[in-house]
Design a protein around this ligand. Structure first.
Ligand code: ADP
Ligand code: ASP
Ligand code: MG
Length: 409
């Protein structure tokens, strides 16, 4: 039996007509025999309103527990309404609320950004949700919410209904997770900012994660952590009122972990171009990167300083690249090029880098203790690349792995 999780975002449940349209789309799929679990967000901007009122009415003197309890009311309301809409259409439905004994999502008590206890949640999903689906009941689950061990309502981070959808999908072993939202799918840019943005037919989990981490609201970055390669997933527009609409497919993950530490297996070289005029000359990076790309030389990383920039490439390409880039230097206002080889690149990646303070200090301190010199650090929101001497790579890798384990808790 096909099993699907459908998440309706804020705009998709923004008013009576849209809730009706969404419920009808569920009915259509339900009648085909599909088992469906629905996840809902708060209606429209309701969570923002609750934030304003909770802060305003208390002058900010509110405990995190009270604050989450209030913020939760958006989803608690829409789950009731959506479930009633389904029942009115003749689809047997119940809503699942953190106040109920069968509520599935278990978290810690980190209010505002609660961490999910996956194993406990999975057990509860299997125990309470699966029998409902098998009885042809459509459960409507409050997105964004959890419950801690003491029974308090928690929230898992703004925009978190996407996480709920993929979490429930994973715990159910669903065939598909469908994210219903207010755009046709994942686009080449935010269509509300770039009107000519085009729809992507597909995107990988890894690409979706980066896009989300760098701010694209269409998906919560942590949702992708629960995407199983066997579960198909897509983002579609609510206006179609059709769960079979195409939208954008999310593919993967490939299997290599997005959190962790990786050593690139070959030594790299760093070529550095120096010149005061660097920061006042437009198009400087293109001048240097185009000839490299024409020569088929791959660039691994670039770092820019006040009077110089460095390009990291494979050591095998270094000699050729030096000649090519030197020609560009001579034909420009820049002064000179220099190079260094025998460099190892270690890439660390974790969602926590975005939120946790002091990450670089925690990662680099053990290397300082071991007297390993770090040649360079290049960071990119959820990933930090460290460049060290090739001879130090194994020890550095071990130390980073240990530090990462401590960071991930
Ligand atoms: P929902 O309430 O359904 O979760 P969100 O507002 O959280 O919806 O996310 C959808 C919004 O994401 C779109 O309205 C759009 O403005 C924004 N967005 C940002 N980047 C992209 C992108 N690359 N493709 C599609 N939408 C994007
Ligand atoms: N309603 C919550 C928010 O506005 C969660 C969500 O929409 O995903 O952040
Ligand atoms: Mg959202």
């Amino acid at each position: 039996m096909r099993r699907v999780v459908v998440k309706f975002g804020g705009t998709s449940v923004g008013n009576a007509e849209r809730i009706r349209l969404g419920a009808e789309s569920v009915r259509k799929e339900y009648r085909r025999g599909t088992q469906i679990a629905v996840v809902v967000s708060a209606m429209g901007q309701y969570t923002d309103e609750l934030v304003k009122v909770a802060k305003g009415s208390t002058g900010g003197k509110i405990t995190p527990r009270e604050y989450d309890d209030i913020l939760a009311m958006g989803e608690r309301t829409s789950a009731r309404i959506f479930s009633a809409a389904l029942n009115s259409l003749g689809v047997k439905s119940i809503y699942l609320d953190p106040g109920m004994s069968i509520w599935p999502v278990v978290t810690d008590s980190n209010f505002g950004m609660a961490n999910i206890d996956f194993e406990a949640t999975k057990r509860r999903v299997q125990k309470f949700l699966v029998p409902l689906l098998e009885d042809r009941v459509v459960p409507v689950i409050c997105g964004f919410l959890g419950r801690d061990r003491e029974g308090n309502v928690t929230t898992i981070g703004r925009g978190g209904s996407d996480i709920t959808a993929f979490l429930i999908g994973r715990c159910l072993g669903a065939d598909e997770v469908i994210i219903v939202t207010d755009v046709e799918g994942v686009m080449t840019a935010d269509p509300n900012k770039v009107p000519e943005a085009k729809l992507l037919k597909s995107i990988t989990v890894e690409e979706m994660t980066d896009l989300a981490r760098f701010g694209a609201q269409v998906m919560h970055p942590r949702a992708m952590a629960y995407k199983d390669p066997e579960i198909s997933a897509k983002v579609i527009h609510y206006r179609h009122g059709n769960l079979r609409a195409e939208g954008t497919r999310i593919i993967g993950p490939r299997g290599d972990d997005l959190a962790g530490v990786r050593l690139y297996e070959k030594p790299l070289a760093m070529l550095t171009v120096v010149g005061e005029s660097m920061q006042t000359t437009p198009g400087i990076l293109a001048k240097f990167s185009v000839p490299l790309s024409k020569a088929g030389i791959n660039i691994f990383a670039v770092s820019i300083g006040p009077r110089s920039f460095s390009i990291y490439l494979s050591e095998e390409d270094a000699k050729r690249a030096l000649t090519i880039l030197h020609r560009v230097v001579v034909g420009s206002k820049l002064k000179a090029i220099t190079g260094e080889g025998n460099i190892a690149m270690i890439v660390t990646e974790s969602e926590r880098f975005i939120y946790a303070p002091g990450v670089i200090a925690k990662l680099t301190e053990p290397l300082a203790q071991a007297k390993i010199n770090i040649i360079e650090i290049i960071s990119s929101r959820a990933s930090i690349s460290f460049f060290v001497n090739w001879e130090d790579r194994e020890q550095a890798l071990r130390l980073f792995k240990k530090a990462m384990r401590e960071l991930e808790g």
